[in-house]
Design a protein around this ligand. Structure first.
Ligand code: ADP
Ligand code: 5GP
Length: 188
């Protein structure tokens, strides 16, 4: 019997408000790939479900996960901790199922060190103004959080490009075209 084909790991990153969640949700639906549910100390937004969007945990529980080496990567983003539980990722890869991680660039760089053969996709906005418009339009951030997220955008794109981890860039101008590009990457 030939060994089972390993599952594909796809890491999606990009500045806050660029459209990562919108794109990832649709890509998961269309491809049947698994979504890696991150742990976070950020409080849930209206409409988010524990265990589906994130595992919402307190700082103590998160730090325990770090100590017990349960996270593939983790980072502090906008004052909260976010991390990828390692076991579901290993299991999907072992079982030959595609899995998608939607994480920030600091996390993507850590995954790249451990799993350089994964696909790393950077979603970029058509312009800085459009990014700010989307972030504002989403209406989920207070003034300080909005400012922090727009400030970090340029730095995050620079860091991603400098890291050499992200070999693919997808411009999210036309949403459906961007989704199609990422579906192709997941299914390739
Ligand atoms: P992220 O997950 O990267 O923070 P979201 O997926 O929450 O971003 O998208 C931010 C906002 O931009 C949402 O209100 C979303 O509906 C909108 N949006 C996403 N993609 C596009 C696009 N191509 N054109 C216009 N608006 C978009
Ligand atoms: P949000 O609070 O808007 O859901 O996410 C904020 C940022 O944290 C986004 O850039 C998102 O991609 C990132 N993020 C979400 N989950 C993880 C994770 O598990 N690890 C890392 N490093 N970043 C994450």
């Amino acid at each position: 019997m030939s060994p089972r084909k390993r599952g594909k790991l796809v890491v999606i990153s990009g500045p806050s408000g660029v459209g990562k969640s919108t794109i990832t949700r649709e890509v998961i639906q269309r491809t049947g790939a698994e979504y890696s549910v991150s742990a976070t100390t950020r409080p849930p937004r209206p409409g988010e479900t524990d265990g589906k969007d994130y595992r919402f945990v307190d700082r103590d529980a998160f730090e325990r996960m770090i100590r017990q080496d349960q996270l593939l990567e983790w980072a502090e983003v906008f004052g909260n901790l976010y991390g990828t539980p390692a076991e579901p990722v290993r299991q999907a890869v072992r079982d030959g199922r595609a899995i998608v991680l939607e994480i920030d660039v600091q996390g993507g760089v850590q995954v790249h060190k451990k799993m350089p053969d994964a696909e790393f996709v950077l979603i970029v906005p058509p312009s800085e103004e459009e990014l700010r418009r989307r972030l504002k339009g989403r209406g989920t951030e207070d003034a300080a959080s909005y400012q922090a997220r727009s400030d970090k955008a340029v730095e995050e794109l620079r860091l991603a490009r400098r890291s050499g981890a992200y070999r693919r860039e997808v411009v999210n101008d036309d949403l459906h075209r961007a989704m199609d590009e990422i579906v192709t990457i997941v299914e390739a």
